[in-house]
Ligand binder design. Structure first.
Ligand code: ZN
Ligand code: ZN
Ligand code: ZN
Length: 276
């Protein structure tokens, strides 16, 4: 399974859109891995998790054909994770010769409602038929082509049922994409019992700050999850732990990578590709 990190930043991006803190000034000066667009991943070439505001430009930058994406899993409706306006350009003269004429989108009620409204608002019939949606709740499992995907609960925004995703491919490779969220629920740990994860991607909005995250996490909360999943046998020595959804003010890529490495974890950067 190939995982491409199209974006690895928190909602305001790094540098923060309106921020002039020292970290953001340094990020602008250094560029490269210090720049973080809004978080999303592409699995292989056909499954996208989240479709944030940089989706279009990231596809151009990394040479990704978005028309090959057949499945979209949305974690929640926050604007850094879902910009449903992109769906208005599927098909017709906007999207000719699309590899996948229908996109199957999954998400919570709010996300599906937003995406469906975008289609309803379109004046073009081809847009209305180019996407199909299904609402998911925590612990729902769907078969998306050869992928088996399970929605798990996030602790993030009480106003909607934010979801995390377990994604298993036809070879049995399985990853857990867990942002945006605070610590995992007991039910989530129970569900993970017996699974064998090749990669765990965790919300690390707070970086190495001493703050305790509730609706987001930092390295310390990530380490708690890693220790527990390892003790449960859900991951073994080869299982990778990757921190993402990182905010500004967290010390920059080198610093955070060093801090994460001490815990046996890696820090994602925009454009990073993992083969698991
Ligand atoms: Zn977010
Ligand atoms: Zn800043
Ligand atoms: Zn959020």
């Amino acid at each position: 399974m190939r995982i491409t990190f199209l974006g690895t930043g928190a909602s305001e991006g790094v540098p923060g859109i309106f921020c002039q803190c020292e970290d953001c000034k340094t990020a602008r000066k250094l560029g490269g891995r210090e720049l973080r667009s809004r978080s999303q991943i592409l699995v292989n070439q056909d499954l996208l998790v989240d479709m944030g505001p940089e989706t279009y430009w990231k596809s151009v930058l990394y040479g990704i054909w978005l028309s090959r994406v057949k499945y979209l899993f949305v974690t929640h409706s926050h604007c850094d994770h879902l910009d449903e306006r992109f769906l208005g350009f599927r098909g017709g003269w906007f999207g000719k010769d699309m590899a996948e004429p229908v996109l199957y989108g999954y998400g919570n009620e709010k996300a599906v409602e937003q995406m469906a409204r975008r289609l309803e608002d379109s004046q073009f019939d081809f847009v209305k038929t180019a996407s199909h949606f299904q609402t998911l709740h925590s612990f729902d499992q769907v078969q998306a082509g050869s992928y088996e995907v399970t929605a798990l609960p996030a602790i993030h925004n009480p106003k909607e049922e934010c979801l995390l995703y377990l994604i298993k491919d036809h070879e049995g490779k399985e990853i857990f994409y867990a942002t945006d969220t605070g610590r995992l629920t007991e039910e989530t740990y129970q569900h993970l019992e017996g699974h064998h994860l090749d990669c765990v991607i965790l919300d690390c909005t707070l970086g190495n700050k001493p703050d305790v995250g509730i609706s987001h996490m930092g390295l310390k909360e990530n380490k708690v999850i890693k220790d527990r999943l390892e003790a449960m046998g859900v991951t073994d020595r080869r299982g990778r732990y990757v921190c993402t959804h990182i905010s500004h003010g967290t010390g920059g890529f080198e610093y955070l990578s060093g801090a994460a490495a001490a815990y046996g974890m890696e820090v994602a950067y925009d454009g990073m590709v993992l083969e698991v």
